[in-house]
Design a protein around this ligand. Structure first.
Ligand code: SAM
Ligand code: SF4
Length: 446
């Protein structure tokens, strides 16, 4: 049996695509191996969002080809259609596979005999049943692509326009996962909250067919499981959706709301379609509605933590002045994020911003990044200290050493804790008393 090895670079969407690709490969008669130097087929699932992610493949792919001469190399993901990347790597790569073509990929071109069904017609690749890495937590893509065209971002070009899956297909996937004992489903899309049912909504999605309706319908699936979702575009974070999150007991109080900049002019030049004041108002609204003490999340002694807010922000966007950056600094202090992914601006070929002069120096970008990171550490620590002495519900993930476990709270906080072996199993919910807090991790005891 020929073997395959997948290397995934980038976001949750890429991880999820790789799980679908793995399933497709196994259906076609390939067997997984953990050894990239021994595999017959090595698939690199690439990311083109930042230059640093792109650069990883230029060392990686020639290195694999050198150590594993017989391997056939397939390049998929964001960079698979970039002409300059194709030119640069053509002597190492045997096939280029745009993600949407996973289903109809012809293994014959690599001289591998295919097995199984090869007539998928116009079926979308998201309909492939994935081979999940975890047996208790699963990514469930609800759509792909983006229509927003933020000027710095490659996604609308690399992944195309927004396409959403039908609620029926999503619900069938979630029901299947819950039946198999999954305890966490993570709904993903470039912007989950732009979801629109691609077909007229019908029962059980009998309401308008937007993301709030989808969330409520998934929440109605019987079983003890958590629903997370990411990420949410601030312009599409409707009152209806905030209310839905507040009323769905399975929806985790964790909102991933990328801000990208704290200055109005920069936001406008980025084409983000909201102002700094809109963002701050939105955060206040989310906190007010999701921190209700009457939430059904409180059961027995379990404390319902305040909603956690995560963001993405870019520093050193072309012509971002110190003064404009200071507005991002102020926003960070004002909001008090629990987590933030801070990126130095990276010019991306094909985007509108690529034509702008990348005139903030690398040293200044790093300085700005460090400044925001310092504030994030302060606010995250202050937020985490509120957990000390409280008992929270935790989903166990894995064992670190004998008697020590690692898991996540509903708010997405990492927590390390000690527990007796009798209740220890990855995928179990446990009650943990929090005894300590660091910036990005809690400590506790079952
Ligand atoms: N859809 C989400 C949103 O509305 O913000 C974000 C998805 S994007 C693929 C992931 C993150 O990569 C962005 O939030 C942004 O912070 C970062 N990013 C995208 N393009 C970038 C660029 N050219 N330079 C630096 N960071 C970038
Ligand atoms: Fe990229 Fe903007 Fe779309 Fe997010 S909303 S994926 S940042 S274009």
């Amino acid at each position: 049996m020929p073997t395959y090895h997948i290397i995934t670079i980038g976001c949750q969407m890429n991880i999820s695509d790789s799980e679908r690709l793995a399933s497709r490969l196994e259906q076609a008669g390939f067997k997984k191996t953990d050894n990239k130097y021994g595999a017959d087929l090595v698939i690199i699932n690439t990311c083109g969002v930042r230059q640093s992610a792109e650069n990883r493949i230029y060392g990686l792919i020639p290195g694999i080809k050198k150590e594993n001469r017989k391997a056939k190399i397939i390049l998929t993901g964001c960079l698979s259609e970039r002409k300059d990347v194709r030119r640069r790597l053509k002597k190492y790569v045997d096939a280029w596979l745009p993600v949407k073509e996973i289903l109809n990929f012809k293994f014959k071109i690599l001289n591998y005999q295919r097995r199984g069904n090869d007539n998928f017609g116009n079926q979308d690749y998201l309909s492939i049943q994935p081979k999940h890495d975890s047996n208790f937590s699963a990514y469930v893509p609800i759509g792909n692509g983006c229509d927003n065209f933020c000027v710095y971002c490659v996604v609308p070009y690399a992944r195309g326009r927004e396409v959403y899956r039908s609620a029926q297909e999503i619900l069938a996937e979630v029901r299947g996962l819950v039946k198999r004992g999954y305890k966490e489903v993570v709904l993903i899309a470039q912007n989950v909250n732009s979801y629109k049912s691609p077909i007229p909504p019908s029962p059980p999605l009998s309401r308008g067919g937007d993301f709030a309706d989808l969330l409520k319908t998934i929440n109605d699936i019987p079983g003890d499981f958590w629903i997370r979702f990411l990420s949410s575009h601030p312009k599409d974070m409707s009152d209806k959706l905030i209310k839905a999150v507040a009323s769905c007991e399975k929806a985790c109080p964790q909102i991933y709301l990328p801000v990208q900049a704290g200055d109005n002019l920069v936001l406008k030049r980025m084409n983000r379609q909201y102002t700094r004041a809109d963002y701050i108002k939105l955060v206040k609204k989310i906190r007010k509605q999701l921190n209700l003490p009457s939430s059904p999340f409180i059961k027995g002694v379990i404390w319902k933590p305040p909603v956690s807010i995560t963001t993405d922000i870019i520093v050193g966007f072309p012509s971002e002045t110190r003064k404009q950056f200071n507005n991002s600094v102020k926003l960070f202090r004002q909001v008090g994020f629990d987590m933030a992914y801070i990126s130095e601006y990276s010019p991306r070929p094909g985007t509108a911003a690529f034509k702008l002069v990348d005139n903030v120096s690398p040293a200044e970008k790093t300085r700005r990044k460090n400044q925001l990171d310092k504030i994030l550490r302060q606010t995250a620590l202050a937020n985490n200290k509120k957990y000390i002495g409280k008992t929270v519900r935790v989903l166990m993930e894995n064992q670190t050493k004998v008697g020590k476990w690692f898991g996540k709270t509903a708010t997405g906080k990492d927590i390390r804790f000690s527990a007796k072996s009798s209740i220890c199993r990855a995928g179990n919910f446990v009650k943990v008393k929090v005894t300590g807090a660091k910036e990005f991790c809690l400590a506790g005891k079952v």
